[in-house]
Design a binder for this molecule. Structure first.
Ligand code: PHE
Length: 330
């Protein structure tokens, strides 16, 4: 008996203890085996035998329970030690995120025009044919619609291909004078080195009474703006075509990488195209019910600006969420 009680008090794990319980109190353990012998004990000795056996059983049971409690407590303490968190330890190098270069560029441009008293307008991303094309002097079947690869929905709505529909929405809901910009997401079915199906534009529209707004106003505002964004660059206006402006121009700056000498980025021309603009076509005013008005408009691609400002070579890297790139904009 003493031998078993020693074994129990020396058990060094719950597993060993459980085995001892099986060997003593278990079905085939020593105590039940003793009880089985009871039937062979002569009558007068039965009582003393049974009493002795019950005492042994109680001793073992109590010893097992006491030891179990100790071992469980030990196990718990070990676990707590292992999982301990030192709340006094403090990581002083807390890292924080950074704004995305496209957002940074967008904010900078918006800020610039807000300082010139331009209002910021918004429009829906899912547009209809009227606002995205028709009212912008792009009638159905007009070949210029091919300039923009459109995502159409089944219900004849579409994902806006430019921010120009916000011009229409603003003129339909406001009186002149209008001086607004419209930053936002646009979509085109295009995906290669220099195109992504989703990108960002900032539109601008200024409208007032007839003859008040001219191409000269447009030119002045854009030259000032481009110098603000790119520093001391040359700016040139190249005749172009947009259905919603007449006359229209595309605007180039001298290449920010080679200073106009010619390099891979500017295709050895020394110039980088940065936006489209023009004097608002009278057909656009007609579509929104404006009479005797004049105005100018321009639209620019935010990703292109971000790439030129931050020297980012591949447009697609702006959409890959690579922290090695994004971490540089803190
Ligand atoms: N909407 C034109 C585009 O997406 C840009 C533009 C806007 C041109 C306003 C002229 C006037 O390419």
């Amino acid at each position: 008996m003493k031998e078993w009680l020693d074994k129990i008090s020396n058990a060094d794990s719950l597993e060993v203890l459980e085995n001892l319980r099986i060997e003593t109190l278990g079905k085939k353990g020593i105590i039940p085996a003793q009880f089985a012998k009871m039937k062979d004990i002569p009558g007068p000795e039965k009582k003393a035998f049974a009493e002795n056996l019950n005492t042994q059983k109680t001793q073992i049971t109590e010893a097992l329970e006491a030891k179990k409690e100790i071992l469980e407590q030990q196990a718990l303490e070990e676990k707590l030690k292992e999982e301990k968190i030192d709340v006094t330890k403090f990581n002083n190098e807390l890292t924080c995120g950074a704004a995305h270069p496209v957002s940074l560029t967008m904010d900078r441009i918006i800020q610039y025009f807000q300082n010139l008293n331009f209002a910021v307008e918004e429009g829906p991303l899912v547009e209809d044919d009227f606002h995205n094309f028709e009212a912008l002097n792009l009638p159905k079947y007009h070949p210029a619609r091919d300039m923009q690869d459109t995502f159409y929905n089944k219900d004849y709505t579409l994902l806006r291909t430019h921010t120009s529909p916000v011009q229409i929405r603003t003129m339909l809901s406001q009186q002149t004078p209008i001086r607004m910009i419209a930053p936002g997401t646009v979509f085109r079915r295009d995906f290669d080195l220099t195109h992504t199906p989703m990108f960002h534009q900032i539109e601008a529209l200024v409208v007032d009474d007839a003859d008040k707004i001219s191409f000269a106003n447009l030119k002045h505002v854009l030259v000032e703006f481009l110098h603000h964004m790119f520093g001391d660059v040359d700016v040139r206006f190249r005749p172009s075509f947009f259905p919603f402006t007449e006359p229209s121009a595309e605007v180039d700056i001298s290449c920010v990488f080679c200073k106009g000498d010619g390099c891979r980025v500017c295709s050895h021309t020394g110039w980088l195209e940065v936006l489209g603009c023009g004097v608002v076509d009278q057909n656009v005013f007609k579509a929104v019910g404006y009479e005797n008005k004049s105005g100018y408009a321009f639209g620019l691609g935010v990703e292109r600006f971000a790439m030129l400002i931050h020297n980012i070579g591949d447009l697609r890297s702006l959409f890959e969420s690579d922290l090695r790139l994004l971490g540089q904009f803190k």
